[in-house]
Design a binder for this molecule. Structure first.
Ligand SMILES: *Cc1c(COP(=O)(O)O)cnc(C)c1O
Length: 459
């Protein structure tokens, strides 16, 4: 018999208490947090969809691995297991362990970046862009045109615009390009997948001009799921084979293991270029830790090695992608506009269209994130002009291309009834949406302002 319902392919053996709060309490708490959900404490949140980064639940196998963790300073067994797992998956010879993805980015882009250098990506993730700009280089996002139309049903909206890639190379000169980066799936662009065909095209162009081609492979398994089920000719491959093919097209990869390695901390940089590896290793040892642990404990590396296997299991991936789609579909049925099709790790609500009475300089995404918290204790993340907006010389806002609120789904954490609760909160929120007002920023740091900025309601 074929069952329609896709159940969680695991059962729960340990539970974590959720602190149930009232709307009254939350109105006060979000004000104390300066209307920035990042400044709330976990105690104050009921359903935490702020990020899928490091928030997953590890398996019994991973916890068993934690006990096996070898904490030797140099050459630990756990490091060898992690290195083997990364080499087997990526095919790259040289692996550098780091405490998270951004540390790997800092090593690599600090080395190949610097003033005058140009980086090109389908979309740079926020920490990627920050590391590139911090080095003095410039970052260009060139997603395909469909990626910026939330309602477009293009199956691979994560793809890079290869025509623009050629233009940018011609404009800036191949010798000035630090790297070309494909973010899979495209996190900031809606968790949308990149096709194998597009990866091949980008790879060919990089080879033609001798450019370094890097995969930001945080969600490589989720991306493989979409390729297998959407891209012609890929149905008979396993998810892992598809991922391996993608890696074989690039020169290296940066990964936050907090995503598709289903661990709470970790990352790596993997490369084929020995000299680059050695240069990055020198910086690693100065800033992160010795080359056989980076910033990680042996037990962390053990869990990564196991997670990198588990994430490619069909039952897991099928549940993962269909459960994200479930939330998106329910919201669409309520008339809540989201990026379509629903991506792999998150549902992105189109706040600009939902709160079309709030101008972008009053941050409709921030307003929606605050409403979700007040009404339901749900924590979500603005991905719009708070995160990516810039300030013009006259002090006015140069807005982001889209005003989104990302509801990221932690891996193996929430059940369907908890997701149904989120849907119910949206149904409620829809009823008084005209009354919701925007926000202004009253305090912000120079880089990555969304993490720590303070807001005040407008009017
Ligand atoms: C999370 C993430 C990063 C950064 O990784 P951290 O582990 O948070 O430092 C980089 N790129 C993408 C696409 C990500 O999702």
């Amino acid at each position: 018999m074929h069952h329609k319902i896709i159940i969680e392919p695991f059962r729960i053996k340990m539970v974590e208490k959720i602190n149930m709060t009232t709307e009254e309490e939350r109105v006060e708490m979000i004000q104390k947090a300066h209307y920035n959900p990042f400044l709330l404490t976990a105690e104050e949140v009921i359903i935490d969809l702020l990020t899928d980064s490091g928030t997953g639940a590890m398996s019994a196998e991973q916890w068993a691995g934690m006990m096996r963790g070898d904490e030797s300073y140099a050459g630990a067994r756990s490091w060898i297991r992690m290195k083997n797992a990364v080499q087997e998956l990526t095919g790259y010879e040289y692996v550098i362990p780091t405490h998270q993805g951004r540390a790997a980015e800092h090593l690599l882009y600090g080395k190949v970046g610097g003033p005058g250098k140009v980086f090109i990506s389908n979309t740079h993730f926020d920490t990627t862009r920050a590391n590139i700009e911090y080095s003095g280089a410039t970052a260009f996002d060139i997603p395909i045109d469909e990626a910026l139309i939330p309602s477009s049903e293009h199956p691979f909206k994560g793809n890079m615009n290869t025509e623009k890639l050629r233009q940018l190379i011609a404009e800036h000169g191949a010798q000035n390009i630090g790297a070309v980066i494909l973010t899979v799936t495209n996190n900031s662009g809606g968790g949308q997948p990149v096709s194998l065909a597009n990866t091949k095209e980008v790879s060919d162009i990089c080879k033609e001009f001798g450019l370094l081609f890097v995969l930001d492979c945080c969600r490589i398994a989720e991306n493989a799921y979409f390729i297998k089920h959407r891209e012609a000719g890929q149905q008979d491959k396993t998810y892992k084979q598809i991922a391996q093919e993608m890696f074989s097209l690039a020169d290296g990869a940066v990964m936050s293991a907090k995503k598709d390695a289903i661990v709470n901390m970790g990352g790596f940089l993997a490369l084929n270029d020995k000299r680059l590896f050695e240069e990055c290793t020198t910086v690693l040892i100065i800033t992160e830790g010795y080359s056989t642990y980076g910033g990680l404990s042996g037990r962390d590396m053990e869990a990564i090695a196991i997670g990198l296997q588990e994430v490619f299991e069909h039952d897991y991936l099928h549940y993962r992608i269909t459960s994200t789609t479930y939330l998106g579909r329910k919201l669409n049925e309520l008339g809540i506009p989201t990026i379509r099709p629903i991506g792999g790790h998150a549902v992105y609500v189109d706040a600009k269209s939902f709160y079309d009475h709030i101008p972008v300089h009053q941050f409709p995404g921030q307003a929606l994130a605050v409403e979700l918290y007040k009404l339901g204790g749900i924590r979500a993340c603005e991905i719009g002009s708070v995160m990516f907006g810039k300030t013009a010389e006259d002090g006015s806002l140069i807005p982001a291309k889209m005003e989104l609120v990302r509801m990221a789904i932690p891996r193996r954490v929430y059940t369907q009834s908890q997701i149904d609760y989120v849907v119910e909160v949206f149904a409620e929120l829809r009823n008084h949406k005209e009354k919701v007002k925007g926000f202004k920023i009253v305090k912000e740091p120079k880089f990555l302002r969304h993490f720590t900025a303070h807001f005040e309601p407008v009017g």
